[in-house]
Design a protein around this ligand. Structure first.
Ligand code: ITT
Length: 206
């Protein structure tokens, strides 16, 4: 099946991971719609922000839109950076600065280690501005104060998934894409596509 799907993201790393996990879909991203205005992420939860992005992008493009709102929640920081993950240190999408800030904060709390944490990925599928379904994936693990690895993006060099001794950034992309919070949410998306059958297959791009 070659389902047409607009991934409502400007984050190329997310888009690449989603495309790799959903090879049966023909994927576009917001890079293909350069004139669309930014969606303001004013929600209080990952799920609210995913719904905002999916509804607005589906309404503006006329296509079937899938949004991903995701981030890292650290128990010792009461769930921060959470929905602020992309702009934790101030500048949106500055992964190095975000990682440095997280390391500085946790270094000051060293006596509380190990630092339990989890990644969350909330996804929302929408068409014509209406939410069709919502999905969530979670990846539990811990934060290491010794960043390692060059793969992936974001907080991957600091995150050791449960059952592993290496960081997400030390895993090859195929392995991350088999275990990640994003992969878990996308498993549910794929099951939804299977269950809905042809009803969603023929949404043409404008
Ligand atoms: P869009 O809203 O355009 O999709 P964004 O990067 O702003 O892009 P989010 O608001 O969902 O998206 O923030 C996601 C941030 O969470 C991301 O910038 C990373 O800091 C972090 N993050 C999410 N998934 C991650 C992953 O798989 N590995 C490492 N960090 C991740």
């Amino acid at each position: 099946m070659n389902r047409e799907l607009i991934i409502a993201t400007r984050n190329t790393h997310k888009a690449q991971e989603i495309a790799a996990i959903l090879p049966a879909c023909r994927i576009r991203t917001l890079a293909d719609f350069p004139n669309l205005p930014e969606v303001e992420e004013t929600g209080r939860t990952f799920a609210e922000n995913a719904a905002l992005k999916a509804r607005q992008i589906s309404a503006r493009t006329g296509g079937l839109a899938l949004a991903d709102d995701s981030g890292l929640c650290v128990e010792a920081l009461s769930g921060m950076p959470g929905i602020l993950s992309a702009r934790y240190a101030g500048e949106h999408g500055n992964d190095d600065a975000n990682n440095r800030k997280l390391l500085a904060e946790l270094s000051a709390l060293r006596s509380l280690a190990p630092f339990r944490a989890h990644f969350v990925c909330a996804m929302c599928l929408a068409r014509d501005g209406q939410e069709l379904a919502a999905f969530t994936g979670c990846l539990p693990g811990r934060i290491t104060l010794s960043p390692r690895g060059a793969n992936g993006f974001g907080y991957d060099p600091l995150f050791v998934p449960d059952g592993f001794s290496c960081t997400l950034a030390e895993l090859p992309a195929e392995k991350k894409n088999a275990i990640s919070h994003r992969a878990k949410a996308l498993e549910q998306v794929a099951a939804y596509f299977d269950a809905e059958g042809d009803a969603l297959s023929h949404t043409p791009f404008p």
